[in-house]
Design a protein around this ligand. Structure first.
Ligand code: NAP
Ligand code: MG
Length: 402
């Protein structure tokens, strides 16, 4: 078979530990034999980030702005232990945080559904995609512990010298207080990303907030969503036969539990943090969750939702066998290749990406899987494979499809 050609490179961001090992195997066994794989390579492994004072992360984000599609391996976000382990010059910020801040946008997380790994919510028949706003609210808050009576006020000082004041609370005894914010532009881009992704994937968009209680803050989110929907998306949604639905967050949660899935659930930052863990664990496993950052400027960055699987890596270093699930990392590649193919009108590349996903799913549905899935599958007597064996099974399946 002739190798499939690519006209534009993918931005490739390599990463750390066990996922870096899987990354290499996936490229060698599942991609390079079938594609003239064209990538612009950035090594975001912790050693190279340290060598470049993290400039490589910024360069990789800029390359994503240039080429529009990136695929990223999981990376270490250093804490004190990592600084000592890798003798780092400093405790670098999360690469995902740096990249998100540069590309702007929303993170979409979707479970990879296979027969034999059943969601524990029995009526969930289709995946639920979580769209998490990635800026502000309590993640950029300022808070205080107040150890004695006093008054807390919210004070705004305009550049023109104007002032707005609101009483938060008269404290008669100790307490806590917090200030947080969001930006109109960020809320707008969140709304646009959700609606665009709904159109892209042909799914309804649900959004929940608490505007009955938060009559200005959450209410502004609702208004921005409604305005952007009415102005820019209503007609396109009607043509596509999909809908936008807003309700209170508690009502949305209740409806999600009773729904059959197949929609996008837009969540404010904190709600998205909490709900994405609920949704992913209810669907089976973090290792079966794909993740894509969609920027309002038309940039896409694909990754796995899980981390570098550190504990497996230490076993690998000791020469022990590992059974690490590569599905989410394979889907990061297949997603990026399909998007690249779509933008370049390269049908062969799109079709390759689809087949790679089908082959991966077929291996698991055929009863062969890594240990994490074998523990939760409803299939009887699953065959447990090690990290490389699983990828080789996918290769066999893929070859039969090509
Ligand atoms: P993790 O890598 O997601 O792994 C946590 C545990 O979940 C593993 O020990 C393993 O359980 C299980 N697991 C996760 N992915 C798996 C897979 N593909 N196959 C099989 N089992 C899997 O999280 P972590 O250990 O808390 O974090 C490790 C590093 O990853 C940290 O340095 C963190 O900063 C980084 N991280 C990066 C990203 C990212 O780049 N997007 C996201 C999260 C964390 P068992 O050990 O029980 O088998
Ligand atoms: Mg979390």
């Amino acid at each position: 078979m002739e190798k499939i050609k690519m006209s534009t490179p993918l931005v490739e961001m390599d990463g750390d530990e066990m996922t870096r090992i899987l990354w290499q195997m996936i490229k060698e066994e599942l991609l390079a034999p079938y594609l003239e794989l064209k990538t612009e390579y950035y090594d975001l492994g912790i050693a190279h980030r340290d060598e470049t004072d993290d400039q490589v992360t910024i360069d990789a984000a800029n390359a994503t702005k240039k080429y529009k599609v990136a695929v990223k391996c999981a990376t270490i976000t250093p804490n004190q232990a990592r600084v000592e382990e890798y003798h780092l010059k400093k405790m670098y910020k999360s690469p995902n945080g740096t990249i998100r801040a540069m590309l702007d946008g929303t993170v979409f997380r979707k479970p990879i559904v296979v027969k034999g790994i059943e969601p524990c919510v029995k009526n969930w028949k289709k995946p639920i995609t979580l769209a998490r706003h990635a800026y502000g609210d309590i993640y950029k808050n300022t808070e205080m512990y107040l150890d004695k009576p006093g008054k807390v006020e919210l004070v705004y000082t305009g550049e023109d010298g104007s002032e707005k004041r609101a009483l938060v609370q008269e404290f008669k005894s100790p307490g806590v207080a917090m200030g947080m914010h969001n930006m109109e532009a960020s809320i707008e881009s969140f709304a646009r990303s959700c609606f665009s992704y709904g159109l892209d994937t042909h799914q309804d968009v649900w959004f929940g907030a608490k505007d009955t209680i938060s009559k200005t803050y959450d209410a502004r989110f609702c208004e921005v969503f409604r305005e952007i929907y009415e102005k820019e998306f209503k007609e396109k949604f009607a043509q596509a036969g999909i809908t936008y639905f807003y309700s209170l967050i508690d009502d949305i949660v209740a409806r999600v539990m009773k729904a059959e899935g197949g929609f996008i659930w837009a969540c404010k930052n904190y709600d998205g943090d909490v709900m994405s863990d609920m949704v992913s664990s209810a669907f089976g496993s973090l290792a079966m969750m794909s993740s894509v950052l969609v920027s309002p400027h038309g940039y896409y960055e694909y990754e796995a939702a899980h981390g570098t699987v550190q504990r497996h890596y230490y076993r690998h270093l000791k020469g022990e066998e590992t059974s690490t699930n590569s599905v989410a990392t394979i889907f990061a590649w297949s997603g990026a290749l399909q998007k690249r193919g779509e933008l370049d009108q390269n049908g062969a590349l799109v079709s390759f990406g689809e087949k790679l996903e089908k082959a991966t799913v077929a291996v698991i549905e055929g009863g062969k899987m890594t240990k994490d899935l074998a523990l939760i599958t409803s299939l009887s007597e699953p065959v447990v494979l090690n990290s490389r064996e699983f990828i080789l099974e996918v290769k066999k399946e893929l070859e039969a499809m090509l």
